[in-house]
Design a protein around this ligand. Structure first.
Ligand SMILES: Cc1ncc(COP(=O)(O)O)c(C=O)c1O
Length: 164
């Protein structure tokens, strides 16, 4: 054996529980040193680690309700669109508000009225009006790739922003 492929699975910063890459790299290197000969060639296949941070989704609040005392938002993209990674990648994305204010535990649903179209049952968001925007970071991997136009709702438009 002269080549070891350690595959993908290197994390993107989806939430604060994700440990910084240098911490993981130290552990991986330690285990490679422990388990394999020194002259072995190592190959990795990072996917989300390279591209997840490249995209941020912006959604609009199109509906709002209070159910059993809990604030529920309906937004214009969901499980059948950019958030399809919740199903296919078992990834929990988070939503942030552009506005400040006291934050409440909220549920966030997609636009289709389908029970599966649940983005999150535990986001901390302020009380926002219809039309307000929310954003979700780190949607550059396994999102638009599996998005559909289910129920006639078009998938999100991709806008490229070149930053220097
Ligand atoms: C064979 C293979 N390698 C690497 C990856 C990348 O995985 P990740 O994005 O979790 O790093 C994938 C993703 O589908 C894969 O199929």
């Amino acid at each position: 054996m002269n080549l070891l492929d350690i595959g993908g699975g290197f994390p993107a910063p989806y939430d604060r529980k994700v440990r910084p890459f240098p911490v993981l790299a130290r552990l991986i290197n330690k285990e490679i040193d422990r388990l394999f000969p020194k002259n072995i060639e190592i190959l990795a296949e990072p996917g989300r680690f390279m591209v997840a941070t490249a995209a941020t989704l912006v959604v609009k609040i199109i509906g709002k309700a209070v159910r059993d005392g809990k604030l529920c938002y309906y937004v214009d993209d969901g499980i059948y669109g950019t958030f399809s990674g919740i199903l296919f990648d078992h990834c929990q994305y988070h939503l942030e508000s552009f506005a400040n204010g006291r934050r409440h535990l909220c549920s966030v649903f997609g636009p289709t009225c389908d029970a599966l179209d649940t983005i999150s049952r535990a986001e901390r968001l302020p009380d926002l009006p219809l039309g307000a925007l929310l954003c979700s970071r780190n949607v550059g991997a396994y999102t638009t790739a599996s998005a559909t136009d289910f129920n006639g709702m078009p998938r999100a438009k991709v806008v490229h922003v070149n930053q220097r």
